[in-house]
Each structure stands twice: as C-alpha cells, then as structure tokens.
Design a protein around this ligand. Structure first.
Ligand code: HEM
Length: 307
C-alpha cells in the first residue's frame, strides 16, 4: 500500500485544494464553513485564531476590520470588531443568517490580510505576480498547516514517551536519538492522516478502477503501518532505518514545513526531557482520548506532572 500511495502522490493525481485556502473556503459547504472560520478567526481559549491574533497585534489589520465594522453593523446587525476581539456578538436568528455572517467575516478577514500585506510595503501583484487574495490564502494555509499539526505531533510524542519508558530513558540518556524517535512518532501517529487528490485519468488500485475526476482521500496513516514495508508496524522502534513513512506526504505537495515541524518537536521534547526529566502522566494513560476526526490524529488532552 505504501508504495502505491507514494506512486499516486507523485504522479497521476492533481492536488484537490493545493495551496488555496480561499478556494477551499469558496467551495466549502455551509456545513464546513464554520469550521474554517473557527480555525482562521476564532481559535479557542488557549490559542487565538489567526484573525484574532492579527487584530491584536497588527494596526493595519485592525483598522480595516474596524473600518468595515460600522457598515456591517448597520446592514447586518452584528459587530465585526466583537468577532475579532473574541467577544460574544448578538446571536444570529437563523442558520441562513449565520451563513451570511460567516461569508462576511471571511471576506473581511481576506481584505484585512491584503491591507496588512501592503502595510509592510509590498504591492502584491507588482512584486511577485500574484494577487493579494492569493497571498492572503497562502498566509491562511501556513497558519492552518503550520500550527495545529506540529502541536499534535508534540503532544502525541510526549504520550509515546510516557507509554514507552525504555525509549524515554534512552532519549534522556542520549538526546541525539530524538530525530529518529520523532520520525517514528510521525509514522506511528501521523498527525495528518489523509491527503486529497483528484484523479486526472482512470487509475487502477488493487483491482479497483477509480474513474477520472474522482475526489480521492489517501490514507497516509494506513500506509505508515503497511506490513509489506515495515517490520512489526504496530511497534514503536528506534531501530527503523530507513523509515520511509508518508506522514509528510510525497511528491510535488510534500509538506512545506516538514523540516521545521521536526525541528520544533525536537526542541520541545529536548526541553521536556531536560527541564522536567521525571515528568509523568497526571491521569491514567488508559483515559487518554482522541479528537473525533478522520483527518487528524490529535489528542483531546494530555495532562502531565512535572515530577
Ligand atoms: C507535524 C507537523 C506537520 C505534519 C504532520 C504535516 C503534514 C502535511 C501533509 C500530510 C501535507 C499534505 C500534502 C499532500 O496533500 O500531499 C502537508 C502539506 C503542507 N504543509 Fe505540512 N505538516 C506539518 C507541519 C507543517 C508546518 C510547520 C508548515 C509550515 C510552516 C506546513 C506547511 C504545509 C504546506 C504549505 C503544505 C501544502 C503543500 C502543498 O500543497 O504544496 N506543514 N503537510
């Protein structure tokens, strides 16, 4: 399975959404849009969304939102500034109104990102030949792809260390094994389980013909445990060399931040292992649970004690 997926990722398929979050938002269904909105402007109590953070820290971004806010309030009866400041706004009266609001919020976010970019002295079209909307889209993709995935990896890696005391002891004795451990953690608990593609032509896979134009989800997590490629795929091992897993995908859309993510995880785990060498689980590991998602392998919580 692993080599078939690698072949599919390298050729014969076109990326479904590529680097365009704008097109993802534009083509998103009314059901999916609130989730996208949540990631981009909403965040949660511990981690503000991109829009909220820019609103707080970037005057150009804040001014655009505030400039639009009065008009939006007059026409639609809710405050954009409240949304970006994380305050509760007047609740919407119907699902249709929520949907209209979501579209307005995303458009304002888009506009404010373009203004922010220009405030840094870059005229998007003139400078790099791509539009402000595309730049805003890339910023949003980086925000989305570059933050949650890495925090998932760090949390699951900490859990794996707690579940495998011998590996933890070895990493503590010799921090240089951490890169090998992180690659194995990526194989074992791939934070992003699926890659999306559209078939350009009919493709045969294990006797099944997938017609041209089909939306296909490729399960990277399953490929990473393919017994034809990995000895004892269900065990966590520091002896895998090479470790040709697909957690960062493959081909032209190979994860842009693959090396950055590994470096961030290494620094986080090095700190954990050296500053709190005796860290233990604060709750029984049997109670650990995962976010309900077929896309992401993410812990809901991991409570640890420093000693
Ligand atoms: C552990 C952390 C990470 C994991 C598991 C991960 C995984 C992935 C996967 C599976 C893809 C899909 C590729 C495809 O469709 O074939 C991807 C794409 C991407 N990732 Fe990551 N990623 C991580 C961290 C990051 C970071 C830190 C950044 C940026 C700073 C980043 C930026 C991107 C971008 C821009 C793409 C789209 C590439 C394209 O479509 O050409 N990722 N990543």
């Amino acid at each position: 399975m692993l080599s078939k997926l690698r072949r599919l990722l390298n050729s014969g398929f076109r990326h479904l959404s590529s680097a365009s979050t704008v097109s993802r938002v534009a083509s998103s269904s009314p059901r999916e849009r609130p989730r996208l909105l949540f990631a981009f402007h909403g965040g949660n109590k511990t981690r503000p969304g991109m829009g909220q953070q820019f609103y707080r820290e970037e005057a150009a971004f804040r001014q655009t939102i505030q400039r639009c806010s009065a008009t939006v309030e007059r026409c639609m009866g809710f405050s954009l500034s409240d949304v970006f400041e994380g305050r509760d706004s007047r609740p919407a009266n119907s699902p249709e109104e929520t949907e209209r609001r979501n579209i307005v919020i995303l458009s304002a976010l888009e506009l404010a990102l373009c203004d922010l970019w220009q405030a840094y002295g870059v005229e998007p079209e003139a400078a790099v030949g791509i539009s402000g909307g595309e730049i805003a889209s890339v910023l949003k993709l980086l925000w989305d792809a570059g933050t949650v995935t890495t925090s998932m990896l760090i949390a699951t890696s900490a859990l794996l260390l707690l579940r495998h005391p011998r590996i933890k002891a070895e990493a503590q004795r010799n921090l240089r094994v951490l890169p090998t451990f992180i690659d194995e953690a990526l194989r074992f608990e791939a934070p992003d389980q699926l890659a999306s593609r559209v078939t350009r032509e009919d493709v045969e896979l294990s006797g099944v013909v997938i017609p041209a134009g089909a939306n296909v989800k490729l399960c990277l997590g399953a490929a990473n445990r393919d017994p034809e490629h990995f000895t004892e795929p269900e065990s966590l091992s520091l002896q895998r060399n090479p470790n040709p897993h697909l957690a960062s995908s493959a081909g032209p859309h190979y994860c842009l931040g693959a090396f950055l993510a590994r470096m961030e995880a290494r620094v986080a785990l090095e700190t954990l292992l050296t500053v709190w060498p005796n860290f233990t689980a604060a709750r029984p590991l049997s109670t650990v649970s995962y976010v309900e998602s077929i896309q992401f392998r993410a812990l809901k919580y991991l409570f640890v004690k420093a000693a």
